[in-house]
Every structure is written in structure tokens, then in C-alpha cells.
Design a protein around this ligand. Structure first.
Ligand code: MG
Length: 286
């Protein structure tokens, strides 16, 4: 207890030293000012910049959407309500996919697109590594079937790493196969699903795995929100999705498509956009 009181007092004093002169309009003590920044401060560990360094690159300015959930100005819009030109047909295999140039065989109507059962999956023509993706989906209101046989589809990052899409609202199934599950590995932290027929939103931050030759340097990881509720918090994936087996990594290219699964159910999608995810100071993530 005693040491935490000391720490709190230190923070208050430091705050007064930094903000005092700027707020009162006094001249800086040297090495900068509260308005311009400072160069006589310690380096931020792991960077080439001083604390409050005026030469540190400022973040790119983008325009947010008028409504949260709509695409900001730097998003790649993957479906604008009209056509599936950004997508093509794909066949998902065991920890693999085969994508050709054939048009996406799914249906577009009334501002959404819908799985046409039996036609196979679709994937984006553009490939991505680290990303933020937003999409909205709705399971058939009919609520036909049970467990995995009800409103089943799936979101595949890099064509390999699946976040499950399923109508398990009042429809029990195995935990690592519920909506939001990293399929076959990790159930979501909670189940915030709405009833079938209603739109559900997914927001996913995905970090691609890193390989050096045949060695895995960093696993893929997922941060996932369903309907605004966090269900995975930077959760490492064990490897590409496999069925009734334990996932394992195989080296693959640094970028891959975003895929959607045809699991024989007419699941609908709308408002689908993605942003490439960089790191601080405009550098790639490490
Ligand atoms: Mg699925």
C-alpha cells in the first residue's frame, strides 16, 4: 500500500511539471515547450523518439464514417450493396484453399448478398495480412435444423483461419463451434448473439502469423467483437482451421484472401469492409 501511495504522488508531480508551463503560458525551460513538444526528455524505450518528441511522425488523418460501423475513408469496401465483383469462387480444403477467377456464385438482393447452398465458398480477389474487418450477417429466420446444421457459414482470414458464423441463438452446439469461435480451438468469451433473422455485426482485428523459413516466429491472433462485445482478446490461433483434428502451422505467404464458407445454409451478409493494419509510426506490425 505504501509504495502505491508514493507512485501516485510521483505521477501528480510529473503531470504538473509537464503541463504547468504550457497551461500558464510561461516560457519553456529549454529543449521545447508544452505546445511544440520536447527533445530534452528521455527516449521512449524501443523507439528513436524522445517522450513528447516533435519529430515523431503524426498518425495519418482519415475520415471516420458518420455512423460507427460504416466504412471510414481508408477502408477497402468489399461489398457496397450492389455486386460481388471484389470476390471470386473458392474451394476450401484441409488447411488450404484453391481460388480461381470464376465469379462469386452467390445471390445479391436488397443491399445484401446470400450464400447459395451447394455453389461453394467465395473469397476476396485482393489479399491481406494484418487487418481490421467489419461485416454484418444474418442467419435464416426459419431456424431450421439444430446444432451445427443451422445458419452455418464461416469467416476465413487468409483463406485459412476461421471465425465461426452460426445461428446458435437458443441452439446448443459444441463450444468451440459456436458463433465467434476460433473454430475447433477457442470458444468466444460470451455469447452475445441476436435471434436468427436479425443482423449481427462482427469486428475482427487479425494479426497474420510470421514465419522465418519453416519456423513459426509468431502465431496468428484474433481480437473479435460480436455486436460490440469483445469475445476474443488478442487470442493466438493454433493454426489453420481443421475439422476433428488439432491445428498446426505450415509456412504460407504473408497475405491471403478473406473467405466465406458455403455450409449449405442461406446466410446473408452486408456492410463488409476491411482496413490494412499497420503499426505505429507507419511501420508494419512486428
Ligand atoms: Mg462454419
Amino acid at each position: 500500500m505504501r509504495s502505491s501511495h508514493v507512485a501516485a504522488a510521483f505521477v501528480l508531480v510529473a503531470g504538473a511539471a509537464v503541463f504547468g508551463p504550457g497551461m500558464s503560458g510561461q516560457a519553456p525551460q529549454g529543449g521545447g515547450s508544452a505546445e511544440a513538444g520536447f527533445t530534452d526528455t528521455p527516449l521512449v524505450p524501443g523507439t528513436a523518439y524522445h517522450v513528447h518528441d516533435p519529430s515523431r511522425p503524426r498518425p495519418a488523418v482519415i475520415t471516420p464514417a458518420a455512423q460507427v460501423g460504416q466504412p471510414p475513408s481508408d477502408a477497402v469496401v468489399l461489398f457496397d450493396g450492389k455486386d460481388l465483383s471484389k470476390w471470386s469462387a473458392v474451394t476450401f480444403g484441409t488447411a488450404s484453399y484453391t481460388q480461381g477467377d470464376a465469379p462469386a456464385p452467390w445471390k445479391v438482393e436488397n443491399g445484401y448478398f446470400e450464400v447459395v447452398p451447394g455453389t461453394g465458398g467465395i473469397a476476396t480477389r485482393e489479399k491481406f495480412g494484418d487487418l481490421q474487418v467489419h461485416l454484418e450477417w444474418a442467419a435464416p429466420a426459419s431456424r431450421r435444423g439444430n446444432s451445427q446444421n443451422r445458419g452455418n457459414s464461416g469467416l476465413f482470414l487468409m483463406g485459412l483461419y476461421e471465425v465461426q458464423i452460426l445461428d446458435n441463438h437458443e441452439n446448443p452446439t459444441y463450444a468451440d463451434g459456436t458463433a465467434g469461435a476460433i473454430y475447433g480451438q477457442w470458444p468466444p468469451l460470451v455469447n452475445p448473439l441476436r435471434p436468427a433473422g436479425e443482423w449481427q455485426s462482427y469486428d475482427v482485428v487479425f494479426e497474420a502469423p510470421r514465419f522465418q523459413g519453416n519456423t513459426l516466429m509468431k502465431p496468428a491472433s484474433f481480437t473479435v467483437f460480436i455486436n460490440g462485445v469483445v469475445v476474443h482478446n488478442r487470442k493466438p490461433s493454433m493454426g489453420p482451421m481443421v475439422y476433428r483434428d488439432v491445428a498446426k502451422y505450415q509456412p504460407h505467404p504473408a497475405e491471403g484472401p478473406i473467405g466465406l464458407q458455403d455450409h449449405d445454409h442461406p446466410v446473408r451478409y452486408r456492410n463488409f469492409w476491411v482496413r490494412r493494419l499497420g503499426g505505429y509510426d507507419g511501420k508494419p506490425l512486428e
